[in-house]
Write a protein that binds this ligand. Structure first.
Ligand SMILES: NC(=O)c1ccc[n+]([C@@H]2O[C@H](COP(=O)([O-])OP(=O)(O)OC[C@H]3O[C@@H](n4cnc5c(N)ncnc54)[C@H](OP(=O)(O)O)[C@@H]3O)[C@@H](O)[C@H]2O)c1
Length: 251
C-alpha cells in the first residue's frame, strides 16, 4: 500500500500529553503538530511572528508562542511560560533560503544554539512529566548531518552537531527520566525545499538516487517523531532515526 498523505499510518494515543513543536507554522512542523493533535495531545507551536494572526493557516487547536530562534530572550520566555511539557520537538530551523543561505554564524545560531538553549530551558518542565513511556525530546537533523555541501556550511555543521547534541542530552537527561532522539529526514516538499521539489531536474535526481524512488511526505516525518515520543519507544534514547527512503544508503 502506498499511503503517503493524510492521517497517521498507525494509531498513536497521546491523550493528556502536552507537546511543544517549534516551527509548527508550516511544513514538517505543521504536520507534526497536526499528527499529535489528531492523536489527542494538547499542542503548542512556535513561529517567528509576534502572534498567530501573522499566519494565514495554522495547525488545528494549537496554542501559539513567538520564538525567534536567534533571540535568547524569546527562548527564555518560551521556557518560562510553556508550563508542563511532556514532549519537546525541536523542529524549527532551516537554511535561510535556497538561493540566499544564512551566513555561518546565523545558521549555527538558528539550527544548533537555539536547540541547546531551549532544551536546557525546558529540562525542569520535562522532568516533571509523568507520561507513559517517559518525557522525550525529538530533534530534527538533516541529510546535511551526513553529507558535505559547498552551499550550506553553517546549516550542515549545525545539523551534524544536532546528532551529537542528541547523544549528549541522552546521557545528561536520562537520570531525569527524559529520552532524547533525533529524526533525520530525506527530501520532503515544504516551503523550505519547494524551490528544489518544483524543479523537474532536481525532483528527478532525488527520485533516481532514492531506493523508494520518490520524495517523502511531511506526514511520514511526523509518524517517525510520534513513534520516538510514544511508549513504543520507551527504551529508545540517543538514537537518530533516518527517514529518507534509503537515500543515504545509495549516495
Ligand atoms: N524539508 C526537508 O526536506 C528537510 C530535510 C531535512 C531536514 N529538515 C529539517 O526539518 C525542519 C523543518 O523543515 P521544513 O522543511 O518544514 O521547513 P519550513 O517549511 O521552512 O518551516 C520552518 C519552520 O521553522 C520556523 N523557523 C525557521 N527559521 C526560524 C527562525 N529563525 N526563528 C523562528 N522560527 C523559525 C518557521 O517559522 P515561520 O513560519 O514563523 O517562519 C517554520 O515554522 C527544519 O529543522 C529542517 O532543517 C527538512
Amino acid at each position: 500500500m502506498d499511503d503517503t498523505s493524510g492521517t497517521a499510518a498507525v494509531h498513536f494515543d497521546f491523550s493528556g500529553v502536552r507537546v511543544l513543536v517549534t516551527g509548527g507554522t508550516r511544513g514538517i512542523g505543521a504536520a507534526i503538530a497536526a499528527g499529535f493533535h489528531a492523536a489527542g495531545a494538547q499542542v503548542l507551536i512556535t513561529g517567528s511572528a509576534p502572534d498567530a494572526a501573522g499566519y494565514e493557516a495554522l495547525p488545528p487547536h494549537a496554542g501559539y508562542l513567538q520564538l525567534r530562534l536567534s533571540e535568547r530572550g524569546d527562548i527564555q520566555a518560551v521556557a518560562a511560560s510553556a508550563g508542563r511539557i511532556d514532549v519537546l520537538v525541536n523542529n524549527a530551523g532551516g537554511t535561510g533560503g535556497a538561493f540566499t543561505p544564512y551566513d555561518f554564524d546565523t545558521a549555527v545560531s538558528v539550527n544548533l544554539n537555539a536547540v541547546f538553549h531551549l532544551t536546557e530551558g525546558l529540562a525542569d518542565a520535562l522532568a516533571g512529566s509523568r507520561v507513559r513511556g517517559g518525557a522525550s525530546v525529538v530533534n530534527l537533523a538533516s541529510e546535511m548531518s551526513l553529507f558535505g555541501s559547498p552551499y550550506f556550511y553553517g546549516y550542515g555543521a549545525a545539523k551534524a552537531a544536532i546528532v551529537q547534541l542528541t547523544r549528549s542530552f541522552c546521557v545528561s537527561l536520562a537520570p531525569r527520566g527524559i529520552r532524547v532522539n533525533a529524526v533525520l529526514p530525506g527530501s520532503i516538499p515544504t516551503p523550505m525545499t519547494n524551490p528544489f521539489a518544483e524543479d523537474p531536474g532536481v525532483h528527478k535526481m532525488v527520485c533516481d538516487a532514492t531506493p523508494l524512488a520518490r520524495w517523502g511526505e511531511p506526514r511520514e516525518i511526523a509518524d517517525a517523531v510520534m513513534f520516538l515520543a510514544s511508549p513504543a519507544a520507551s527504551f529508545v534514547s540517543g538514537h537518530t532515526l533516518v527517514v529518507d527512503g534509503g537515500y543515504s544508503i545509495m549516495k
